[in-house]
Design a protein around this ligand. Structure first.
Ligand SMILES: [Zn+2]
Length: 286
């Protein structure tokens, strides 16, 4: 066994009862820095062994849109995160991440200013949301009619909430700041999410990276952006699958196909909630 694995097992406390026959007893008592044990790539934030940088664009994508990722604190500590991959594909300053549950004018003056800006959109589905593609088409049409050249010196801002759908719902409903920008949703999300590692409550709920990829390709009028941004996600998923991760079909998919592997809940409220996953237009409208 290597010294590293000795130290690692000592750190986990699994070899404390073993005899010191290999002479590494002193090493076991040394403090081990967790970061040193699993060196992380600074660009993609992945452990170096599974660094996804070869799948990232050589140069950051040139975009005029500025993304604001409002991230639930639980999302930051997840092992499989897609936002660092997104940020690594974009120029510095074009993808800002704000971590928290509650945001307000005093604590978050920058976000408050962005929310007041008329060029800001918030990506959150619902009955009041306009389809992003239709909005962009209408803008193009308005500009043509007025005979004006579309000046893209200052691009739009887009706020995206990063979290599970219930965290995102809670954050949207409880932060009035987020009700100020024009609410938009994606209509092209009929495709099943690529991000199969993590359960999605519904097939049409995309990962934050996928949402950002579709949003940017619509706003920047450039389909290639989507391909470039999804490359590291595809690599991440295929890597995880090769290493034994289970494919998590969405609950909706499993229930529809009668292969939901967990015992069906007996609690009426839970059953209702699962039914809502399939039918509730407020959670993920098509
Ligand atoms: Zn990397």
């Amino acid at each position: 066994r290597s010294i590293a694995s000795q130290v690692e097992s000592a750190n986990c406390g699994s070899s404390s009862s073993q005899d010191d026959e290999d002479g590494f007893g002193d090493l076991r008592s040394l403090p081990v820095d967790v970061c040193e044990r699993r060196p992380t790539c600074l660009r993609c934030c992945r452990p170096q062994k599974v660094c996804l940088c070869p799948f990232l664009p050589v140069h950051p994508l040139e975009v005029s849109t500025c993304l604001y990722i409002v991230q639930h604190p639980a999302e930051e500590s997840r092992a499989l995160r897609t936002v660092p991959l997104l940020a690594a594909c974009l120029p510095p300053g074009k993808c800002k991440v704000l971590v928290g549950r509650r945001f307000n004018e005093e604590r978050n003056p920058e976000l408050a200013a962005v929310c007041r800006d008329s060029r800001t959109l918030i990506l959150y589905p619902g009955p009041d949301a306009q389809n992003l593609e239709e909005l962009v088409q209408k803008q193009d049409w308005d500009q043509d009619r007025m005979g004006e050249q579309f000046v893209r010196a200052v691009g739009p801002n887009v706020i995206i909430i990063d979290g599970t759908w219930s965290q995102a719902k809670d954050m949207f409903l409880r932060n009035t700041l987020l009700h100020q920008p024009k609410q938009v949703q994606l209509s092209r999300s009929e495709q099943t999410s690529l991000y199969v590692i993590r359960s999605q409550p519904s097939n049409i709920c995309l990962s934050t990276l996928e949402c950002a990829a579709v949003t940017l390709s619509i706003l920047e009028r450039n389909e290639a952006i989507q391909e470039v941004l999804l490359k590291p996600l595809q690599a991440l998923c295929s890597f995880q699958l090769q290493h034994g991760a289970l494919v998590h079909h969405s609950k909706e998919h499993l229930i529809r196909h009668g292969i939901y592997d967990k015992q069906m809940p007996t609690n009426k409220r839970k059953i209702k909630r699962m039914e809502n996953l399939i039918t509730n237009q407020h959670i993920c409208p098509r």
